[in-house]
Design a protein around this ligand. Sequence first.
Ligand code: PLP
Length: 391
Amino acid sequence: MMETNEKRQVYLDYAATTPVKPEVLEAMLPYFTENYGNPSSLYTLGQNAKSALGEARGKVAELIGALPAEVFFTGSGTEADNWAVIETGIWKSGKGRHIITSRIEHHALLHSGKEYLEKEGFEVTYLPVDEEGFVRVSDLANALRDDTTLVSIMFANNEIGTIQPIGELCAAAHERGALFHTDAVQALGNLPINVKELGVDFMSMSAHKIYGPKGVGALYIKRGVNLPGYMHGGAQESGRRAGTENVAGIVGFGRAAELAGQNLESHIEKSRELRDYLIKRLTNEIPDIRINGSMESRLPGNVNVTFKYIEGEAILLLLDMAGISVSTGSACSSASLEPSHVLQAIGVPTGESHGSIRFTVGDYTTKDDLDYTIEKLKAAVEKLRSISSLL
Ligand code: PLP
């Protein structure tokens, strides 16, 4: 096929962020202009904004099987993680100062542990994972102690897509009297989630991974679990998260959650088909690669692949020149040259982990996009291997 000068754009980084859907933007716009009231104001303009918050809360709650009063809006998924983990640590420190998480968590979690809790004298256990990225329930059971107050294990991993057995892990934590938090930022909108069936006490979410705006998240807090507030100030969010609400952003989150619920089955099916098509063609057509993560319990849109003997960054740049956006590791850590902590945890040798790329498909991905990507990828891999000193 003749290349035209017009650059084609193929976005394959839906785990980093998603475009805001037109329906979401449409729902948000009036809250910047005519409905600009502060939800804490008592006159009609303010009360209109307040009722929009209530409606959005109901929609997010419905997506996860929660009560609206159990959903607390935050400024990001990161804030929800920090709130749940740090504040629970402090709140329950009379009972004990031991917290358990895993080695493959997002940095929002890992750094809450390393850079805050550990410095404050808490003990944090980082559970290992197996070669597919699963936390073993038996490892958790062995690590739980009388002074463990919280267990935090992510629902689905942002790099390799492995989906954890959250219900079982949560039951093991509860059996020993510990609370359970899960970071569901990547799982939301990509898997059916029911917090009541899972039994979790806390769950973090983020709007921009489900075709909503950036800078809006939420923490589910089970009714009866009286986690204190993390931000201090006004009485917003039932007194638990101070700060004037991001009304337009929250309205967008609500609409995105509503759409995610309505389209969940078709979204999962379509993403899976594209994911499996990409995996099949990669495996059949490019030698010396390895698909990282689990083949069975994996996010529907995730493909993480190691190309031996070459650097992921070089592949990324060549693909970018062809208008294709992919990621090496997670977006937040890809600016660093440190090997991915997730790939290290599943045992990918350091040299090889540098040659790993994450492709994530979503609602606007087409099979044609993948055909174009494979064509460019094959050329990039061949070119880089031809000059690789490792071969
Ligand atoms: N947790 C996971 C698993 C993520 O993938 C991300 C974002 O990449 C976050 C937390 C942070 O969410 P936010 O970007 O809303 O702060």
